[in-house]
Design a protein around this ligand. Structure first.
Ligand code: TXA
Ligand code: MG
Length: 316
């Protein structure tokens, strides 16, 4: 990436503007995390409710420590193993992180991304960058700069193009702020990998209607394409409409069928791009074969279950 473009992005961030930038997971919609007015613009641009906290991106562990009130031993070890990379650590926050970023929670989610453009941006800025995925609230996360430009046109000052995202789905989120480590969102850094480093990790309970949410981002309607999406086997597809079927084991003899990669990492890298493309093609429905049950597929199962949640397609 041209250093001139990084400098331009930093100049925009310094004046409180929003910048779209690539990370290895998905594209982020960034603002200076130490500028509350800029953070406010993220919520406005995404149509995001104030109850959903933002991840703060850091250039290194020292910057993470400067934002955390407590930096537990487990955070140090996980950062050593997985940073820079697709793992977000939730820890108690210092007051310089405003309540708006954390949706009023006393904790903050911190992540050092490994995409070279994200790292160059963070290093040149010298300040932390708050960034959710760069899509309208509840929509599909963007995995190319074009996805960001299409869905947030006019609402972002500049989009840095770092090519398609290598991981393709959002980071794993682990909370280290409670009595025991807890997995708040599965991702391509798997539960097993995290447990190898810090021992037993509890799973967050699924949010139930009306109950206070342990992880506000566990909104059941996250990550949806506009086209209705359902999980179904080739023998149980809808009998009406123009549909498309994404499968691992067996195609449909009646409907257009697209094979998904059998390797979970390759599948994650392709998933959102495929759904964005199908959304553009105007199908009546998208059916996806239920993903394999093995642990390395848990993040893909999570995203597809949310995308297929009742009412998901009616929310844009
Ligand atoms: O891969 C990613 O994490 C991408 C890239 C841009 O870094 N970002 C992303 O952000 O997916 P977003 O806003 O779409 O999802 C952030 C999620 C929240 O929905 C929530 O689950 C969790 O991170 N989170 C952030 N701060 C938290 C906190 N203080 N306590 C609990 N969960 C938190
Ligand atoms: Mg998101």
């Amino acid at each position: 990436m041209d250093p001139q473009q990084i400098a331009e992005a930093v100049a925009l961030l310094r004046t409180g503007q929003l910048v779209g930038f690539p990370t290895e997971t998905v594209y982020g919609l960034g603002a200076n995390a130490l500028d509350p007015a800029a953070v406010e613009r993220i919520f406005a641009a995404k149509g995001r409710p104030p109850t959903s906290p933002l991840i703060v991106h850091v250039s290194d562990v020292a910057m993470a420590r400067s934002l955390a009130l407590v930096w537990p031993e487990a955070a140090e070890r996980l950062a050593e193993h997985f940073w820079p990379g697709p793992l977000t650590l939730v820890v108690p926050k210092r007051p310089l992180i405003c309540d708006r970023i954390t949706a009023g929670l006393p904790t903050v989610g911190l992540r050092m991304p490994r995409h070279p453009v994200a790292l160059a941006l963070l290093r040149e800025a010298g300040f932390p960058i708050a960034a959710p995925s760069a899509n309208p609230f509840t929509g599909l996360s963007p995995t190319t700069a074009a996805h960001v430009r299409e869905s947030l046109a006019g609402r972002v000052a500049l989009v840095l193009d770092g090519g398609p995202c290598e991981v393709g789905i959002e980071s794993t989120v682990v909370s280290l702020a409670g009595p025991e480590p807890m997995l708040l969102r599965p991702g391509m850094v798997t539960l097993g990998q995290v447990e190898q480093v810090i021992g037993c990790v509890r799973l967050a309970a699924e949010p139930s209607a009306g109950a206070p949410q342990e992880s506000p981002g566990q909104h059941p309607r996250h990550y949806s394409p506009r086209t209705p999406l359902l999980l179904a086997r080739h023998t149980a597809l809808p009998s009406r409409g123009r549909g498309v079927f994404l499968y691992w084991s067996k195609p449909s003899s009646e409907y257009t069928s697209i094979a998904l990669p059998e390797n979970p990492s390759e599948c994650a890298a392709r998933l959102y791009g495929t759904l964005h493309e199908l959304d553009r093609q105007g199908w009546d429905w998208i059916a996806v074969e239920p993903p394999p049950g093995r642990p390395e597929w848990s993040a893909i199962r999570d995203r597809l279950n949310r995308a297929a949640a009742p009412g998901a397609a009616s929310v844009s």
